[in-house]
Design a protein around this ligand. Structure first.
Ligand code: NAD
Length: 500
């Protein structure tokens, strides 16, 4: 395993060199944290410190919220076309800096360069372009009420406006930082909101670089503020802040609950994109040449650190042995290494802590009698690599089937009847996504209606587009990112009723 390639782009080197300065963006000023505290940014493949970011306190959050509150009304008064032009410019600038941003994301998060370069950063670009269009399509309604108690000779007319919700706290996780950030910023800016962004403490570098790009695109000072800090201090201060009107959160279900509790003080609007335990169903009539690599990709992409990862597979008994063997072969053939090494198909997990957690699930499954048919090892200088793991013969009550592992670990079960697989797939507290592999049109349509999940993919997995709403049912959260309805997260309806 080649472990330590260095960044090649001058821009990334320069950014890392500025590390000692550890600055974040508040009200158009690049500033350190109050008290000068910092957090180390670590290359997860090697465990080396590559940079530092400010460790923001509640006082820094106060300053960022005040800056957002000051900037927001003026931003909301700009024309939709002016906001659209800036969103489009942001997209263009991300595109022209795509190599540098990909390198930075790969280095800081551990993901293979191709994941950032060809999937996630293009995904972020398309979010800004999609919502540039949406900024100019926000509209209210005219309504004819049936109120009869108006003064004689008068009539009642009514209409609605769609107005920006105000100051938004965007709190995002570490698995796919830039694209998940774009999914919050683009609709929030389109709606006329100002944002205080808190990236995850393990992966803040790309948010800071993105903020520079957004400044360059001409977003007025204070419309975007970035506070880098820890969840327990900076994140919870933001979630509880009385000056924040809405929290847009992506992260774990456990933190989602804490955010909901913290929002009670001023009854903030909250949208929650939370965890998942997405089933992948392989029917007996599936095209296995597609289904096997498809199911492997559903779990091993980004080392399984994907909210919609297909982490439990249900395979029809008629093809079970072939699928287990195919998946084990696929997993065994994957090359692990540093994200910046072009040969790498799977990188490390984001941190030693996450790798330890994932390793614990594998060990637990093994002790409970499941068979590890591929992978299962934890390696690398920082103990952050988990080899692509396939676990067969699992039982429905095992932790590996019930809990979100968030690593490259697939749990496989056999089924015979459709009713049985529908019940098993729905037997989860989560309802984020599902994949169905079948050549039968009837199976595809009927199963997709019966699986309780925010997104169902047929003969595919993890297909994203800014036009497609994504979000959860059950404890996977509520509200949707992406798609036209994501704008609703950032808009309030005002009704005007007039006697004329
Ligand atoms: P996490 O919940 O630990 O952290 C997410 C963010 O919340 C981080 O910025 C963190 O600092 C912050 N945070 C932590 N505690 C906080 C608190 N008390 N108050 C406010 N903020 C706090 O999640 P993670 O481990 O960074 O990310 C992995 C999780 O994210 C997984 O559960 C995954 O499924 C989920 N996720 C969901 C989606 C989706 O669209 N549904 C997408 C990606 C990731």
């Amino acid at each position: 395993m080649q472990i330590a390639p260095q960044p090649t782009s001058e821009a990334v080197k320069a950014l890392l060199d500025r590390a000692g300065e550890a600055k974040m963006l508040i009200g158009g000023e690049w500033t350190g944290a109050e008290g000068g505290r910092t957090i180390d940014s670590i290359d997860p493949a090697t465990g080396n410190v590559i940079s530092t970011v400010p460790d923001a306190s509640a006082a820094d959050v106060d300053a960022a919220v005040a800056a957002a509150a000051k900037a927001q009304p003026l931003w909301a008064e700009t024309t939709p076309a002016a906001r659209a032009a800036i969103l489009w410019k942001i997209a263009d600038l991300i595109e022209s800096n795509i190599d540098e941003l990909s390198e930075l994301e790969s280095l800081d998060q551990g993901k293979p360069l191709y994941v950032a370069r060809w999937a996630e950063i293009p995904g972020a670009i398309s979010q800004f372009r999609f919502f540039a269009g949406q900024a100019m399509a926000i509209e209210g309604k005219t309504i004819t009420p049936s109120i009869t108690y108006q003064p004689e000779g008068k009539e009642v007319q009514a209409w609605t406006y769609r107005e920006a919700v105000g100051v938004v706290a965007a709190i995002v996780p570490w698995n796919s930082p830039i694209v998940l950030t774009a999914m919050k910023l683009a609709p929030a800016f389109a709606a006329g909101c100002a944002v205080v962004l808190k990236p995850a403490e393990d992966t803040s570098l790309s948010a800071l670089r993105l903020a520079e790009i957004i400044e360059e695109a001409g977003l007025p000072a204070g419309v975007l503020n970035v506070v880098t800090g820890r969840g327990a201090e900076c994140g919870s201060a933001l979630a509880a802040h009385p000056g924040v009107d809405k929290v847009a959160f992506t992260g774990s279900t456990q933190t989602g609950r804490a955010i909901l509790d913290a929002s009670k003080g001023n009854l903030k609007r909250v949208s929650l994109e939370l965890g998942g335990k997405s089933p992948v169903i392989v029917m007996g009539d599936a095209d296995l040449d597609l289904a096997i690599p498809g199911a492997a990709n559903a779990i091993f992409f980004n080392a399984g650190q994907v909210c919609v990862a297909g982490s439990r597979a249900y395979v029809h008994s008629s093809v079970y042995d072939r699928v287990v063997e195919g998946l084990a072969q696929y997993a065994g053939g994957m090359s692990m290494g540093h994200g910046l090494d072009p040969a790498t198909q799977m990188g490390p997990l984001v941190s030693a802590k996450q790798a330890e957690r994932v390793g614990g699930f594998i060990e637990g499954a093994s002790k409970q009698g499941a068979s590890i048919v591929a992978g299962g090892q934890r390696t690398g200088p920082a103990g952050t690599f988990i080899s692509p793991t396939v676990v067969a013969d699992v039982a429905a009550d095992m932790d590996i089937v019930r809990e979100e592992v968030f690593g490259p670990v697939l749990a496989l079960q056999k089924f015979d009847e459709v009713e049985e697989v529908v019940a098993a797939a729905n037997d989860s507290i989560y309802g984020l996504a599902a994949g169905i592999w079948t050549e039968s049109l009837s199976n595809a349509h009927r199963l997709s209606r019966r699986i309780k999940a925010g997104t169902v993919w047929i003969n595919s997995h993890s297909m994203y587009d800014p036009s497609l709403p994504i979000g959860g049912m059950k404890q996977s959260g509520y509200g949707r990112d992406s798609g036209i309805e994501a704008l609703n997260n950032y808009l309030e309806t005002k009704t005007v009723c007039a006697v004329l």
